[in-house]
Design a protein around this ligand. Structure first.
Ligand code: FMN
Ligand code: MN
Length: 514
């Protein structure tokens, strides 16, 4: 098995400059080799039932944020030799760093800054010959297709069926521009060659589909169920409709994403994926779909008729590895550390584009409904009204506006990624009677269970909390207790002599020198 994953080239360094070096792996297996080298992969060779048991093992094995990726090597009832990978990234910022080529020991704010640069240097994909594409090890069409032979998990007792697509990537194209979209949309298995596809309103997969149907044509779809973590992360991020997710993924990899020609559709397929289906969505071909236990920790929308992918071709590697994303409360949710870091990077990009000065860092805490519920921004106050301005802009900038209920600004001496720091600022610098505003009827989602009647749910509300020191009283505001730098340095030098083991903790802010 070790040999099968191959040897990953040594990972390059901490501050990987965009494009300065491509990542040392080419596909999911190469990445897993690296994850295994770092001791971040648990291989489960005992037989596990994809029906609820796999979900249960994943949930229980991920109750703390430092939990390994889980490779299920034997699935009950399976005769295809398939494997299933869960908790690919989950709450692990170390695995996020490995996936995008950053130093796993970097702090979260450092990873957020590095993410801003690697997401900003797109590289277009490239086509390779069909016979060079690993995904073409096995190619099936027509009557040979039977997806029910593969292990397909039902995660939660209330799920509407088995889902073949959770940790997937899905290609559609726009009939107007020809641009290929890559999204991550759930896919429930209906039968040997029929798969439900759920895209929520406004998602690009849905807009593409409607545009084809309006022209009286079926919408072609390509979906991959065993993908590398970069393609997965980018598929699950919202980008502008003229931005190419494939180009962004190539930029992060430091080299073009490799695609190859399909058998039955005009879309390309990802050449290095583990398992790919080609198919079409025809208008009027609907079947009851859902529900699925969601990232909120609740079942999502009710069962409803959704479009069905008629599967025309299947491509897979031998003993394919299906990637699956458990949706659950933090830290067991696949939308965890990576999403918090990428969303924070995009919020900082938005604030940078607007041109507001003084912003230092931002963080969308993953425990707040997978990074959707709360955003904390730190800034250096430069003028009267500055903190209120950053607060209002952060609340409604495109990357932060969706769902977010709690928007908090703090001063530059507070680390927005450290909840202890944030709670300290909320408890000592914020005067609720003066420092709290509420926005109503904001952009949200039907998946937020807090609002009744349920029809009102797409409209949300937000609390804006100013936890910065009051600007008008900055001069009188008491000094916070900090160490004198010279004493701090001396104690750090004496750390071992004082009987402590391990590296000495380090402070970054100090008492003013006399
Ligand atoms: C594991 C996972 C499952 C998801 N399931 C769905 C889904 O079923 N339907 C949907 O519309 N979005 C789903 N999303 C969110 C989309 O992937 C995300 O909004 C992405 O931006 C969609 O791509 P698009 O912006 O190109 O439409 C899911 C995300 C993840 C990480
Ligand atoms: Mn898109």
């Amino acid at each position: 098995m070790e040999a099968e994953f191959g040897t990953a080239a040594a990972q390059t360094s901490s501050a990987r400059k965009p494009r300065a070096s491509a990542l040392g792996w080419h596909d999911l297996r190469g990445w897993l080799a690296q994850v295994q080298q770092q001791g971040e992969l648990a291989r489960i060779s005992a037989s596990v039932d994809p029906h609820e048991e796999l979900g249960a093992v994943t949930l229980l094995a991920t109750r703390q944020d430092k939990s390994p990726a889980l490779l299920f090597e034997r699935l009950a009832g399976d005769s295809t030799g398939s494997r299933i990978l869960t908790n690919m990234l989950g709450a692990s910022r170390e695995r996020y760093a490995l996936a995008v080529g950053l130093d796993p020991a970097a702090t979260i704010p450092e990873m957020i800054e590095a993410t801003r640069s690697i997401m900003g240097e797109p590289i277009a994909p490239t086509m390779i010959a069909k016979d060079r594409a690993p995904v073409n090890e096995v190619v099936l069409t027509g009557r040979d297709i039977d997806l029910t032979k593969f292990p397909v998990p039902t995660f939660w007792p209330g799920d509407g069926g088995p889902f073949i697509g959770t940790g997937d990537i899905t290609f559609t194209s726009s009939p107007d521009s020809g641009r290929i979209n890559v999204g991550c949309y759930r896919q429930m298995l209906h039968g040997p060659d029929r798969i439900g596809l759920y895209c929520s309103p406004g998602k690009h997969g849905l807009l593409d589909r409607e545009a084809w149907w309006k022209r009286g044509k079926p919408c072609e779809v390509v979906a991959a169920y065993g993908v590398d973590p970069v393609l997965f992360m980018v598929a699950a991020q919202g980008f502008a409709s003229d931005q190419s997710e494939l180009d962004v993924a190539g930029g992060i990899m430091g080299r073009p994403i490799e695609l190859t020609q399909a058998e039955c559709v005009s879309l390309p397929i990802p050449a290095n994926a583990e398992f790919v289906i080609e198919g079409v969505l025809r208008e009027g071909n609907l079947a009851p779909e859902g529900p699925l236990g969601e990232f909120t920790g609740y079942y999502g929308r009710e069962r409803s008729p959704q479009p069905v992918i008629e599967v025309l071709a299947v491509h897979h590697r031998k003993s394919p590895i299906f990637t699956h994303a458990l949706m659950a409360r933090y830290p067991s949710c696949e939308i965890g550390a990576y999403y918090a870091i990428m969303r924070s990077a995009r919020i900082l990009d938005d604030l940078g584009r607007i041109g507001v000065p003084g912003v230092v860092s931002a963080y969308s805490h993953p425990a707040a409904a997978s990074g959707w519920g709360m955003v904390v921004v730190s800034l250096e106050q430069k003028y009267a009204g500055h903190s209120a301005q950053v607060l209002a802009l952060a609340a409604q900038c495109p990357a932060a506006a969706y769902y977010t209920k709690w928007v908090i600004v703090v001063d530059e001496d507070v680390d927005p990624t450290d909840l202890n720091d944030v709670l300290w600022a909320l408890s000592t610098r914020c005067h609720p009677a003066d420092d709290v505003e509420i926005l109503r009827n904001t952009w949200s989602t039907g998946l937020d269970p807090s609002r009744f009647p349920a029809e009102a749910r797409p409209y949300g509300s937000k609390v804006l909390i100013n936890a910065c020191k009051p600007h008008q009283h900055l001069k009188q505001f008491p000094q916070s207790t900090m160490l004198r730098k010279s004493v701090h340095d001396r104690v750090r030098e004496r750390w071992t002599e004082l009987g402590f083991s391990g590296p000495a903790p380090k402070m970054t802010a100090f008492h003013p020198e006399d």
